[in-house]
Design a protein around this ligand. Structure first.
Ligand code: NAP
Length: 327
């Protein structure tokens, strides 16, 4: 007989997908346990929304809401129905037998009948100190144009987008609706983006690509004023005045702790059984939110998949694993 603490459903993550899964699971009396993760330099419990100032595209908030406040409210709603949560990472898992074994970073390992993985994906950043500072204080640096680009602070300004992939093209084209000019800063002389996206951007009068260029510093105290740029061929430096910086150099799904125990797609996202399902390659383990979605990456879509994962987990548990008393 195992001495490990037993849980019916463990949800790993603390973004919109995780808390929505918790709301549904708690209301289904599954007494979910949420491992929210730990604060670190690049990660804050609450997910990518913790880096977002005003969320204006989540239905039901006509006045907008800040990302952190929104996550507080998601959490409060989940706790109201009996969800328990702890600010700790799950460092590793053993999905090879059932019940599953989960190892938190500090506390004792636990067993779970079902698991929802909702650990998200982190935007890749350039890694500059001023970039991080201004991103966290709403100082005009963002990794999501669709989330932040329509804010009044970016209207009629010269905006910069870093990256040469489809995301950068998409973000730049989106920003042309609001900006006076969009400068795409790419480190090579050739775009990585698909031809159709690249052609669309190159044809846009408001967009201009700065080839062979990298950002070496972000200038600004409370809000961004300029970028320090370096020519990757000549090494020459120059300053470009901008009213906003959007970093679009890809995302990294947070799947390291799975250690290869769930099937991932070619880009490293958790693979689900089929579209509109959250079942993974291991029965009883479900995935929701940005960790399984490299395409939409929106709070509202993440919340939708969180709901789906909880409903699938509930149905799976009703056939495969009787609920245990929550401890
Ligand atoms: P991506 O294709 O990996 O492109 C990342 C871009 O960022 C590359 O141009 C890369 O430069 C640049 N980059 C990476 N690290 C950098 C750094 N440290 N400093 C400066 N530049 C850096 O990522 P993505 O654009 O996010 O796209 C991910 C996937 O989603 C792709 O398969 C894409 O096709 C897909 N997607 C599709 C659509 C669409 O179809 N509408 C929209 C968005 C994304 P290099 O080129 O020099 O490596």
């Amino acid at each position: 007989m195992s001495e490990r603490k037993q849980e019916t459903l463990v949800i790993i993550g603390s973004g919109p997908a995780a808390w929505t899964a918790a709301v549904y699971a708690a209301r289904a009396d599954l007494k979910p346990m949420v491992y929210e993760g730990e604060p670190s330099r690049t990660m804050i419990p609450g997910g990518q929304l913790m880096f977002t100032t005003d969320v204006e595209n989540y239905p039901g908030f006509p006045e907008g809401v800040t990302g952190p406040e929104m996550m507080d409210r998601f959490k409060e709603q989940a706790l109201r129905f009996g969800t328990r949560s702890v600010m700790e990472n799950i460092a590793s898992v053993d999905f090879s037998s059932h019940p599953f074994v989960l190892r938190p970073s500090y506390s004792d390992e636990i067993e779970a009948r079902a698991v929802v993985v909702a650990t998200g994906a982190r935007a890749n950043w350039l890694g500059l100190d001023n970039e991080q500072r201004l991103a966290q204080t709403g100082g005009g640096v963002s990794a999501c144009a669709v989330c932040d680009g329509a804010l009044p602070v970016f209207r009629d300004k010269v905006l910069a987008v870093v990256g040469g992939g489809d995301s950068a093209m998409e973000e730049a084209l989106y920003l042309t609706k609001f900006a006076s000019k969009v400068m795409v800063i790419h480190r090579r002389d050739e775009l990585r983006a698909s031809k159709i996206m690249a052609d669309r951007l190159l044809a846009d009068e408001k967009a201009e690509v700065l080839w062979n260029t990298r950002v070496v510093d972000v200038v600004g105290d409370e809000s961004i004023q300029a970028l320090e740029l370096e020519d990757t061929v000549s090494g020459n430096r120059r300053r470009l005045e901008v009213g906003g910086l959007f970093v679009a150099i890809g995302h990294t799904p947070n799947t390291g702790f799975l250690d290869g125990q769930l099937a991932l797609d070619a880009a490293g996202y958790v693979q689900t059984a089929e579209a509109w399902r959250t079942a993974t390659s291991v029965e009883g383990v479900f995935a929701a939110g940005d960790v399984m979605d490299s395409y939409y990456r929106q709070a509202v879509t993440a919340a939708g998949t969180g709901c789906m994962a909880a409903l699938e987990a509930e149905r799976w548990l009703s056939h495969h694993g009787a609920p245990v008393e929550a401890g």
